[in-house]
Ligand binder design. Sequence first.
Ligand SMILES: Nc1ncnc2c1ncn2[C@@H]1O[C@H](COP(=O)(O)OP(=O)(O)OP(=O)(O)O)[C@@H](O)[C@H]1O
Ligand SMILES: [Mg+2]
Length: 92
Amino acid sequence: MQNRFFDILEKDYNIKLNNQQKDAVMHKDGPALILAVPGGGKTTVLICRTANLIKNYGVNPENILSITFSKASAWTWKIDLRQFLKIYQRQE
Ligand SMILES: Nc1ncnc2c1ncn2[C@@H]1O[C@H](COP(=O)(O)OP(=O)(O)OP(=O)(O)O)[C@@H](O)[C@H]1O
Ligand SMILES: [Mg+2]
């Protein structure tokens, strides 16, 4: 299930997550702290992790709280996640 998820990321998004990113994306329960340099792929991980919780663990999106620093990043976050879930849906 997880491998297929990462395959889709690679094929449709050209995002080849590294092993640390994959670990963080697969993290399900409890808190996780993600530290990386600017542009190091943190937001990508959080969006993929959110999609993973919804699609692979059936978590109700209404129970997921995502907070961003600016309105602009909230907007791109929403677009990215929607886009991702749509593509993932199509392949099921
Ligand atoms: N493993 C990866 N392989 C290739 N590209 C990646 C990978 N992870 C992230 N990217 C790309 O790198 C760019 C920066 O990623 P992202 O925005 O997730 O980083 P960030 O750590 O959140 O940045 P910032 O510090 O500016 O918030 C994006 O274009 C993203 O698609
Ligand atoms: Mg970011």
